[in-house]
Design a protein around this ligand. Structure first.
Ligand code: NAD
Length: 498
């Protein structure tokens, strides 16, 4: 029997298949793998796994589309099409929320209020950016006195390979697809094997709003020796944009080196929050509760190291403990649920291994440290307790390695210099938040902490026009606003002798 194209992510029958989206059509593979719901372990459906053949078909379709009708569409019309995609997402809002909920297990409230709307917002933002960006021009002196004019134009880079992770799948995938298409490229997307839903659904929206076949392609599968590696190794891919773990980025960079393909990398973090004694503690605790526990701690920008000036250390520990213990794990449809599961049992094993290491390293477990006792089917979900430690040495694994779970270590400091030194004592450099009422100090510390993104008295407050990316092991390049154009277009110079 033909499997349905339209995903009924809520059906739970196991009949649903996520197929590739190649050249405007759903495409099957002989091999499939299972996608299970993280909150109760039930089967969402089977997912097609692309081999080299399907990856090649997707890249070939994307290359062909570069010279088809897509190439003749003006910037204005492309911008309108990006807005149409955003409207198409909004029209099928509930389908996207269902798909994202089935894939990630996070509460409906979070998907509906933040992560799915942001997918549509990404398309709107880059619809505006491509229409308003200027290019440079120089008047150049020449020996004959007549001069020359140098001006630059932007051209699409070509076929972009988009490799995305599972933690905010729709938001992070569209953050790359939107600028890539707005700039006139074509894409082959490899979503995480954990989250096949929304990337597949977006293919239907692309067809509904008239994006030409081959412009947006999706292939499903794993990383090494599977769809991810086949895509990044494919010589028909002109550039690769990747969000995920630093270790994976290293492997992708090696693949990209063949043929000197450009890369844009958004990778891991071990982010700090710096809380000074003069901070508004109500706002600080509210911010820390989000930055440590949102999405069950599976946010690249999330805080895993909280540094607190000693006079307010005990108060911050006590209040964050109370906030953690007030979180309600549960079914994503339950209105009382504000704390979802980890993405998979495998990831839960990893997070629990850090809980064990922290205990073995002598941490004081302020709260959590294990698995919550949940009733019925939820007992099969991949939930863990929100967890706070104090008292760990600066070189212990839970303080230095990215855990990507709902946990943090809280450590006191005695001076601004010490806070900066501790914040910078990491191989990562993605984000930080600084909590203080002293504006001069806020600016001083912001400039001294070596990260790509700093929030002062807030966290995850995003303006999509700003540069986004990390220093050190947290990434290469910046995306956002005009900065995305640096990666998704090729800037060419034209010199005219007058
Ligand atoms: P991951 O690196 O395991 O996987 C990401 C993607 O890469 C998946 O689609 C996977 O299938 C693919 N992949 C894996 N190995 C590959 C290979 N050898 N070749 C090609 N593709 C391969 O990451 P994850 O576990 O899905 O996501 C969590 C990580 O992502 C965390 O480290 C987190 O900090 C990071 N992240 C960073 C940002 C950011 O903006 N900096 C945002 C979100 C997540």
């Amino acid at each position: 029997m033909e499997k349905p194209d339209v995903i009924d992510a809520a059906s739970g029958t196991g009949e649903v298949a996520f197929r590739h989206f190649i050249d405007g059509r759903a495409v099957s593979s002989a091999r499939t793998f299972e996608k299970r719901r993280p909150f109760d372990g039930s089967l969402v459906g089977l997912v097609a796994e692309a081999g080299r053949e399907e990856v090649d078909a997707a890249v070939t379709a994307a290359r062909r589309a570069l010279t088809g009708p897509w190439a003749g569409i003006s910037v204005e019309d492309r911008s309108d099409l990006m807005r149409a995609v955003a409207d198409g997402i909004t029209r099928r809002f509930d389908d996207f929320v269902e798909a994202e909920m089935a894939d990630t297990g996070q509460p409906r409230s979070m998907m509906g209020h933040a992560f799915v709307p942001r997918g549509a917002a990404n398309f709107k933002a880059f619809a505006d950016v491509v229409k308003s960006v200027a290019t440079e021009a120089f008047q150049t002196a020449t020996p004959d006195g007549a001069g020359a004019i140098n001006y630059s134009i932007r051209k699409p880079k070509g076929v972009i390979g988009v490799i995305s992770p599972w933690n905010a799948p729709f938001l992070l995938m569209t953050w790359k697809v939107a600028p890539a298409l707005a700039c006139g490229n074509t894409v082959v997307v490899k979503p995480s094997e954990e989250t096949p839903g929304t990337a597949t659904l977006l293919g239907e929206v692309m067809n509904e709003v008239g994006i030409p076949a081959g412009v947006y392609n999706v292939i499903h599968g794993f990383g090494p020796d599977s769809a991810g590696a086949f895509l990044t190794e494919h010589p028909g891919v002109d550039a690769i944009t990747f969000t995920g773990e630093t270790r994976t980025g290293t492997a992708i960079m090696q693949a990209a080196a063949r043929g000197l393909r450009d890369v844009s990398f958004e990778m891991g973090g071990k982010n700090s929050a710096l809380v000074f004694a003069d901070a508004d503690l109500d706002k600080t605790i509210e911010g820390l509760t989000r930055s440590v526990f949102l999405n069950c701690g599976q946010v690249c920008l999330g805080t895993e190291r909280v540094l607190v000036e000693r006079p307010v250390f005990e108060e911050v520990v006590a209040r964050l403990k109370a906030a953690a213990e007030a979180l309600r794990p549960g079914h994503p449809e339950d209105k009382a649920t504000n704390f979802g599961p980890l993405i998979s049992q495998e990831h839960r094993d990893k997070v629990l291994s850090y809980y064990a290491k922290a205990a073995a390293d002598g941490a004081t477990v302020v709260t959590g440290g294990g698995v919550p006792d949940l009733p019925g089917d939820l007992a099969r979900g991949s939930f863990v307790q929100p967890t706070i430690w104090t008292g760990l040495a600066d070189d212990s694994a839970a303080v230095t390695e990215e855990i990507f779970g709902p946990c943090c270590h809280i450590r006191p400091f005695d001076s601004e210099d010490e806070a900066i030194r501790l914040a910078n004592a990491t191989e990562y450099g993605l984000a930080t938040s600084i909590w203080t009422r002293d504006l001069s100090r806020a600016h001083r510390v912001a400039a001294a902490v070596d990260v790509g993104i700093t929030w002062i008295n807030s966290w995850f407050l995003r303006d999509l026009r700003t540069p986004f990316g990390g220093t050190k092991q947290s990434g290469i390049g910046r995306e956002g606003g005009v900065h995305s154009l640096e990666f998704y277009t090729e800037l060419r110079n034209i010199c005219v002798k007058l």
